[in-house]
Design a protein around this ligand. Structure first.
Ligand code: GLN
Ligand code: ZN
Length: 766
C-alpha cells in the first residue's frame, strides 16, 4: 500500500477566515473564544478534506495564528526580554506582541524582525539568538492540535520546524562575532525531546520535522549537529516514527548525513530539486527507510502530469524498494491558493490546466492509488492527459510572433549604444539637473479616497471616465506638491496602480488573474499573484497616457515608471512548460515596447523597478551564476533600446548587495536608487571595495517607519555617502516608494530631504 502524504496545508481558509478573525480580535471586536473557535473550524475543515480525499498522513500543527517559525519560538520559550521574557507559558497576547508589536499600558514594543521564507514570498519572524539563552517548553500547541484531530476521529502527523532549521533561521544581532549558535542546540533539543515524548504518549504514529535549511549550503559542523540532533530525538521517539522533511531544492552534500539519520523516513522535493533524483540513483536509501517523494508541486499552480509522476515514483520504487515510497507534495501547500472551485471567471480551458491546494490533495491521493492499482484511476488519467494536451497545443500558450521575436534578438539588443560616460554627457545636456539631484521612488501615498474610488470602479459604481478623472486629479495634485517641494525629477505618483505587478499583468497577454487565489504573505496579509500561462506580449501602451499627462503639467523632467521583468516573474506563478528565462525574455520585450513608447513620447527619464532581483537569488550559491546569467540580460533587454540621452533608472529594495554588486553594475542602468537606510555602513563598505561608475541614490531615509528624520540627519548620511562615492554621481531620494505612508509624514520628510540636498550643494560649492 503506497501511503499518501501532504507536507503542509494553507491555514487562511477558502474565504480568508483567518484574516477576518485575527484582525477582528486585534481590534477588540472578537472575543478570544470566538477567535479560537474560528481557528478550530479551519483546522477541522483542512484535516477532514485531506482525510476524505484518501490521504494517509494528514499534517497537523500546520495551522498558525501568524507564522510557524514564531510558533516554534513560542514553543521553545525563546521570547525576547522586551516582550516580558517568558518563564511560564507563552500566551496569545505575548505571541501577537512578538508578531506585530504592541502599544498598551506598560508595554511599547516593535515587532520581531520579519524576513522572506527561503525563496518564497512568505515571510517568517526571525528567531532572536544570544549566547547562553535558555529554553523551556512554553506552549502545548503541537500536542493540543494532535489531540483535537484525534478527538474528531482523524489521525494526523504533527509537524514541527526542525531544531536545526529553527536555529539556522535565527539571527544573533547583539552577539559577539565568535558566537556559535550551534552551542544552543543541546538546550533547544531538550525542549524538542519533551514535545516528542508528549506526542508519543498521546499516540502519534508519525512526527514530521521540517529541515528546509538542508537545501542551502551547509558546513560540515552543521551536518554533524544534524546527526547529533536526530540521534537524540530518536532516543525519545518510542513507537513513534520520525520523518525528516526537506523542500524547495536539492539536498546535495547533505544527502549522506540526511539518509544516515536514525529515522523512519526522509522527504525530498523532486520538483524544485532537480538533482535529488540523481542522488537517490547514485546512493540509494540505506537502512530500509521510507522516502516521502515530493512529486506534486507545492509552489506552483499547474495540474500535475500524472503519467510523468507515476513514472518517477516507479523508478524511485525500484531504487529504494516498492513498498518504501510515500507519495507526497514537494513542500507545504501553504504557498498555493486553496481551491479552483470558486474561480468561475476563469474559462474552462485555463481552469483545466490548474491545480490549487484542494486539487493537489486529490492528485497525491490519485497517485498513491495508481501505485497500487494501475487501473485504479482511469478517469483522472484521461482528464489529465486531455488537459495537458490542450495546454501544449493551445494558441494561448504558443504565440509564434512572440517566439520568433525572442529568437531573433541579438547581442546588440542587450547593449546600450553609448558607453556610460557618453550617455552621462548626453543626459546632462538634456536634463540640466543641479548637483545632488532629488527624486522619489515612484509612488505617493495611496489615500483612502483613491482606494474608495478604485473599489467603486471595480464594483461598477463609478464609470471609467469618472475613475480616470479621479486619477488625473491625483496626478495633478502630486505634481504640484513636488514642484512646491522643489524636487528635481518628478513622478506621477502611481495612483492608477493597485499593485506594481498586477497593474502590468492585467494589460499584458499571457497573464490570468484569479478572484480568490490568495496566499499568505505574512500574518493576516495575503496576496493574489497573477498566473503567467502563455506567451507574453503587450497589445497596447500601458502607462504612456498617465506619464505624458503628468509631463504636460510641468517643465521639470517626469520619470516614466515601470516594473522590471525579473520582478514580474518573481511575484507571479510562472508557467512551468518552458524555462523561466524564456518567459522572462518575453516579459522583457513587452516592457521594452513600453520603454520605446515612453521615449517616443519625449519622456527623458524612465525607471524600471527590480525590487525582486536580489530576493530571487537561488538558495544555493552554485546556482547564482546561472540565475544572474539570464536575469541581468533580461533587464538589459528591457532597457537597452533607448538613445544615449534617455536616462534609465532602476530601484532595488533590500540592501544586501555585497555579493552581487558586479551583477548590479552589469544592469548598466544610468541611475540606481537603493534601500539603504537600515544598513548604511554595510552598503557604503561595498563601494569602498568596488568602484561603481554609474549614478546612485542611496536612500536617505526609511519610508517603512512613520518617523520624520530631521534634515541634519539626512545631510549626515549624504556626507557619509560622498566619502566613498564620487559626489557628482550621488542622487538624493527616500529608500523606497511612499505608497504606504501618509501625507502628514511624507511632506515634512521630503522637505527635509530637499533641504539636505541643498546643504550638500552649498557645501560642494564652498
Ligand atoms: N516604484 C515603486 C513604488 O514607488 C517601487 C516599489 C518597490 O520598490 N517595492 O512604489
Ligand atoms: Zn523599494
Amino acid at each position: 500500500m503506497a501511503l499518501a502524504h501532504i507536507v503542509g496545508y494553507p491555514r487562511i481558509g477558502t474565504r480568508r477566515e483567518l484574516k477576518r478573525a485575527t484582525e477582528a480580535y486585534w481590534d477588540g471586536e472578537l472575543p478570544r473564544e470566538q477567535l479560537e473557535a474560528a481557528a478550530r473550524a479551519l483546522r477541522l475543515e483542512a484535516w477532514t478534506r485531506m482525510r476524505d480525499a484518501g490521504i494517509d498522513l494528514v499534517p497537523s500543527n500546520t495551522f498558525s495564528y501568524y507564522d510557524q517559525v514564531l510558533d516554534t519560538t513560542a514553543m521553545l520559550g525563546a521570547v525576547p526580554e522586551r516582550y516580558g521574557g517568558a518563564n511560564g507559558a507563552v500566551d496569545l497576547d505575548t505571541y501577537f506582541a512578538m508578531a506585530r508589536g504592541a502599544q498598551r499600558t506598560g508595554l511599547d514594543v516593535t515587532a520581531i524582525e520579519m524576513t522572506k521564507w527561503f525563496d518564497t514570498n512568505y515571510h517568517y519572524l526571525v528567531p532572536e539568538l544570544r549566547p547562553g539563552m535558555r529554553f523551556h517548553l512554553a506552549t502545548t500547541k503541537a500536542v493540543d492540535e494532535y489531540r483535537e484531530a484525534r478527538a474528531a476521529g482523524i489521525e494526523t502527523v504533527p509537524v514541527l520546524i526542525g531544531p536545526l532549521s529553527w536555529l539556522l533561521l535565527g539571527k544573533a544581532h547583539d552577539a559577539p562575532a565568535d558566537f556559535d549558535r550551534l552551542t544552543l542546540l543541546p538546550a533547544v533539543l531538550a525542549v524538542y525531546r519533551e514535545v516528542l515524548a508528549a506526542l508519543s504518549d498521546a499516540g502519534a504514529r508519525w512526527v514530521q520535522f521540517d529541515e528546509p535549511v538542508l537545501v542551502q549550503d551547509r558546513t560540515p559542523e552543521e551536518l554533524t549537529a544534524l546527526s547529533g540532533a536526530y540521534a537524540a530525538l530518536a532516543a525519545e521517539a518510542g513507537e513513534t516514527q520520525l520523518l525528516v522533511q526537506t523542500y524547495f531544492g536539492d539536498v546535495d552534500a547533505a544527502y549522506p548525513a540526511l539518509t544516515a539519520l536514525p529515522v523512519a523516513a526522509i522527504g525530498l522535493d523532486f520538483v524544485r530539486g532537480r538533482r535529488n533524483l540523481e542522488l537517490v540513483r547514485a546512493h540509494g536509501l540505506p537502512g530500509g527507510k521510507f522516502l516521502a517523494a515530493g512529486v506534486v508541486d507545492g509552489r506552483n499552480v499547474w495540474r500535475n502530469d500524472l503519467d510523468a509522476s507515476r513514472a518517477l515514483l516507479a523508478e524511485l520504487g525500484t531504487l529504494v524498494g516498492p513498498d518504501r515510497v510515500i507519495v507526497s507534495t514537494a513542500g507545504s501547500l501553504q504557498h498555493v491558493p486553496l481551491t479552483l472551485e470558486r474561480e468561475t471567471r476563469l474559462d474552462q480551458e485555463l481552469r483545466s490546466w490548474l491545480a490549487f491546494a484542494h486539487e493537489k490533495v486529490e492528485e497525491v491521493a490519485t497517485l498513491a492509488r495508481l501505485a497500487d492499482d494501475p487501473e485504479g484511476a482511469a478517469d483522472q488519467l484521461a482528464a489529465t492527459r486531455s488537459a495537458l494536451a490542450s495546454r501544449r497545443a493551445s494558441a494561448r500558450t504558443n504565440d509564434p510572433a512572440v517566439r520568433a521575436r525572442v529568437a531573433a534578438t541579438n547581442d546588440a539588443d542587450y547593449a546600450r549604444a553609448g558607453a556610460v560616460v557618453e550617455r552621462r554627457r548626453a543626459q546632462r545636456a538634456r536634463l540640466n539637473l543641479p548637483p545632488f539631484p532629488t527624486t522619489t521612488i515612484g509612488s505617493f501615498p495611496q489615500t483612502d479616497e483613491l482606494r474608495r474610488a478604485r473599489r467603486r470602479f471595480d464594483d461598477g459604481e463609478l464609470d471609467e471616465a469618472a475613475y480616470e478623472q479621479v486619477i488625473r486629479d491625483e496626478i495633478a495634485r502630486v505634481v504640484t506638491l513636488q514642484e512646491q517641494l522643489g524636487l528635481d525629477v518628478l513622478v506621477h505618483g502611481e495612483p492608477e496602480r493597485n499593485d506594481m505587478v498586477e497593474y502590468f499583468g492585467e494589460q499584458l497577454a499571457g497573464f490570468a488573474f484569479t478572484r480568490f487565489g490568495w496566499v499568505q504573505s505574512y500574518g493576516s496579509r495575503n496576496v493574489k499573484p497573477p498566473i503567467i500561462y502563455g506567451d507574453v506580449s503587450r497589445p497596447d501602451p500601458m502607462t504612456v497616457r498617465w506619464i505624458t499627462y503628468a509631463q504636460s503639467l510641468t517643465q521639470k523632467p517626469m520619470k516614466g515608471m515601470l516594473t522590471g521583468p525579473v520582478t514580474v516573474l518573481n511575484w507571479s506563478f510562472v508557467r512551468d512548460d518552458q524555462p523561466r528565462a524564456e518567459t522572462c525574455r518575453q516579459v522583457a520585450l513587452a516592457i521594452r515596447d513600453e520603454v520605446a513608447d515612453l521615449e517616443a513620447a519625449a519622456i527623458a527619464v524612465i525607471q524600471i523597478d527590480e525590487p525582486a532581483l536580489r530576493e530571487g537569488l537561488p538558495l544555493r550559491r552554485s546556482d547564482w551564476t546561472s540565475y544572474l546569467g539570464w536575469a541581468v540580460p533580461c533587464f538589459r533587454l528591457a532597457t537597452a533600446g533607448v538613445r544615449d540621452d534617455t536616462q534609465i533608472h532602476t530601484h532595488m529594495c533590500y540592501s544586501e548587495f555585497n555579493e552581487i554588486i558586479q551583477a548590479i553594475s552589469d544592469l548598466d542602468a544610468d541611475v540606481i536608487s537603493i534601500e539603504n537606510s537600515r544598513s548604511d555602513a554595510e552598503l557604503l563598505d561595498v563601494f569602498r571595495r568596488f568602484s561603481y561608475d554609474k549614478e546612485i541614490g542611496p536612500g536617505v531615509y526609511d519610508i517603512h517607519s512613520p518617523r520624520v528624520p530631521p534634515a541634519a540627519e539626512m545631510t549626515d548620511r549624504l556626507r557619509q555617502a560622498t566619502a566613498v562615492l564620487p559626489p557628482d554621481l550621488v542622487w538624493v531620494n527616500p529608500d523606497c516608494g511612499l505608497k504606504t505612508r501618509r501625507y502628514e509624514e511624507t511632506v515634512p520628510a521630503l522637505e527635509h530631504m530637499v533641504a539636505a540636498a541643498q546643504a550638500l550643494r552649498a557645501g560642494a560649492a564652498a
